[in-house]
Design a protein around this ligand. Sequence first.
Ligand code: AMP
Ligand code: ZN
Length: 479
Amino acid sequence: MALIYLHNTLSGKKEPFAPAKKGFFGFLRRPKVGMYHCGPTVYNYAHIGNLRAYVFADTLKRLVKAAGYSVKQVINITDVGHLTSDADTGEDKMEKARRREHKSAWDIAKFYTEAFFSNLADLNIDTAGTKFPRATDFIREQIRMVALLEKKGFAYRTSDGIYFDTAKFPDYGKLGDIDIAGIREGERIGKNAEKRNPTDFALWKLSAAQGGGSAGEKRDMEWDSPWGVGFPGWHIECSAMASALLGIPVDVHTGGIDHIPVHHNNEIAQSEAAFGKEFVRYWLHSAFVNIEGGKMAKSEGNFITLDTLKERGFSPLAYRYFLLGARYSTPLNFTWEALEAAQTAYKRLKQTIAQGEYFPKGTSMAKEIPLDYSKKLLDLISDDLNTPAALALLHDLLEDEELKWSEKKKLLREFDSLLGLDLLSKGKEREIPVEVQKLADERARARAAKDWKRSDELRDEIAKLGFEVKDTPEGQKIS
Ligand code: AMP
Ligand code: ZN
């Protein structure tokens, strides 16, 4: 069993990982690891920054499996209650989208949930056994938890809902060492003067006080509750679903770094107050994908989707390669040039591997060498997911003249299972990108016009993109 080290936001340190439930590394019973990942708010497409959070969660799942554990993974779908402001003011993002698109909030949720699943498939994210609970399917559990908090004296009523009293939870703000005293009235409190403390947050909001935008408009999503018709505050869904589906303490909980100050501190406060025990053992946070110096965000309108990448001729796995080129905790600057470089490197890798299949080379059969790569790979990923070093090792492996192709292939399977780059498949990655096809079409026209000089130039341009063009009696063949 490999020892895994993870950077825990709770302690601010890299720690050796051990799940809460002890088990035996036997053939039949593997110790279980419960992992919860804050999922998308399905009021719009996920952008490529959001998708980093799930490539990260996937790499973690692949590592935990490779280390010999069995994994219980949950990625929630936020389809209600996420307001446009963290201060519990503003509008429910789902209701806002409903007006934008003239559809019901339910149809909006369905549409963007499916788009999200299609993104996960494109990025080769392993969803086997993963649960994707929707917040609207866990309303009962959320109401039960709010009622428990009220019974234990942690909640109070205002004219627009039920709030958590953060002053009653002395550890409030422990994740990421938040400067609670520094959060002044008006920062998080927004317009709600009935809140007792600036950091208090909504557990349940009342429809009557909330409306669906313009006054008197009825919300699409609302439920009966002991406090009146309304809907859950955003944070409570994660606590309710994590405890219902994984049990607490949850071993690993992840999200983007923007979740540390508010969302995750709120999850901790309400869960530990309600259940009286530790909520999560290891908190891990992924850094942003930035664009032109700022955070890529749906609200900023500067976001790029995976479909846009595909339309521009990029393969989703080239984007995965781009992401793995930095550790999950390092901010990444997205530029088209950087993605182009990642795509070229990725295609070259695939090409080298495809050539290896046809022209196997190498001499030694020394058993220790493959084992050495295998151990190094697992050690690197076990070191708080050092994916950039794992990619460098992958290049070393392919350049290693001492290894036989059969040995390399065995090792490439291990790289594939940990990095999910689909290195050995000959399927979808063989697709010809649009830009290559355009150059090939232009070359066909140049040849028809007997412009051999232009034809050769275009062959070189195609080669620069990692593709080879051959002239056959049936026409050009690109590989
Ligand atoms: P949302 O759909 O807005 O709830 O966000 C889904 C996930 O994406 C969360 O884990 C966020 O922390 C994360 N996230 C949001 N913006 C970015 C970004 N620009 N780069 C990386 N992750 C992000
Ligand atoms: Zn969450």
